[in-house]
Ligand binder design. Sequence first.
Ligand code: 4AD
Ligand code: MG
Length: 467
Amino acid sequence: MPPLTVKTLLAGGSELKDITVKGWIRTRRDSKSCSFAELNDGSARENLQLIFSAENGDFSALLPGLLTGAAVAVTGDLVAAPEGARQKLELRVKKAELYGECDPDKYPIQKKKTSDEFLRTVAHLRPRTNKYAAMLRIRSELSFAIHNYFRNNGFFYVHTPIITGSDCEGAGQMFSVSSLDLSNSAALPKTDNNAIDFSKDFFGKKTYLTVSGQLEGETLALALGKIYTFGPTFRAENSNTYRHCAEFWMIEPEMAFYELDDDMALAEDFVKSITRHTLEHCAEDIELFARFVDPALMETLRNVADSAYERLAYGDAVKILEPNNSKFEVKVSWGVDLASEHERFLTENYFKKPVILYNKPKDAAAFYMKLNDDGRTVRGMDLLVQRIGELIGGSERENRLDVLEKKMADFKINPESYWWYLDLRRFGSVPHSGFGLGFERMMMLVTGISNIRDVTAYPRVPGWAEF
Ligand code: 4AD
Ligand code: MG
């Protein structure tokens, strides 16, 4: 029979006879008359205190193996704990079985060795620590919060391809997908000028892992009205920063008939709503991060959940940043693509709340963003938050065929590969908008964790694809 979870037992709050729980030992200590162990089964942050006393059974054979990390099944009575104990209930063990021993000299998860850097090297075991288990539980709840938000607001959940022939962001940071054997160059099919002939590859052309589901998402929004994707995306950016991963999850809503203002309003409401949901449903785990990781976490999260986000045109941002150029590595002037130092200055130091930056210069933006009448800015927006900077990037899309074709030519994008994308502007084109939320960045926001490598179970970053 599947065991009861520590979470349900402690939440139930009542004494129970002859119940079984299964999990891993966190600590054990012995007194003269009995032994105490803390059992964690991952269901919640809380441990269940186990009491092994000679009155209730003979545990002499078991106890030497009951060490940190060992897996056990225990059966006994759940009874009220003495006044002042951490949990209201504790388990008086009557029967116990050791499933898996754990040699304390070899087990890497030790109280002394808890640096984030070290734990990344044992990512297969770090979920057994309070911090990473809490992170993963929040990750799960946040995913459901996101699906709920869109479901409650009339969006359809769609699935866009992971293997694609198009580069949505046009930044050339794509991982190739091929079934050719690259290790055997003599056997590779070649063109007349000795390049690899990808027409002989699996898909008959060069293909990549997607950097964004947006372009395909647009085709679905122009049929279903409001859609969103929630899937993995991949970027071969060789940047080792606290907020970039080569593999990350993105949520991309796309809405027909939405203009930039509607897009920004949706982004703000969405971020507020999922932040509130997490505060409400993950209170115990968030409390751990507020206590041990980021002392300002609760204040930041209330600020994100409750303040009216600043709407700031790019030109006005430049006016704020320029006089502060002495503080920045990259000096700001009109046309410069803002970096994380500028984004954080605006949200952390200047406005002290989230900022939605819009109307970017067209040369610092992707090809698909709608050109403004001034001819030099586009209807793009970035939602910036404290500690992270850019959390969301989005835009109203260029829906005029002639303007889009000209933009693609400027960006040296081959229109033939995007014939289907251009068709959207030929057949029943409408104003439409969308955005992408980086899921790991949202996780950084709600947990206070400062490195993206620690908000996903198995980070993929330059030089690291272990596990
Ligand atoms: O701003 P980005 O590049 O926008 C797009 O991809 C659009 N196609 C989205 C859309 O309009 N549908 O990426 C969107 C978000 C960023 O704001 C950031 O949160 C996250 O994705 N992101 C990354 N997260 C982790 N690692 C990376 N390398 C990331 N690159 C972008
Ligand atoms: Mg962006």
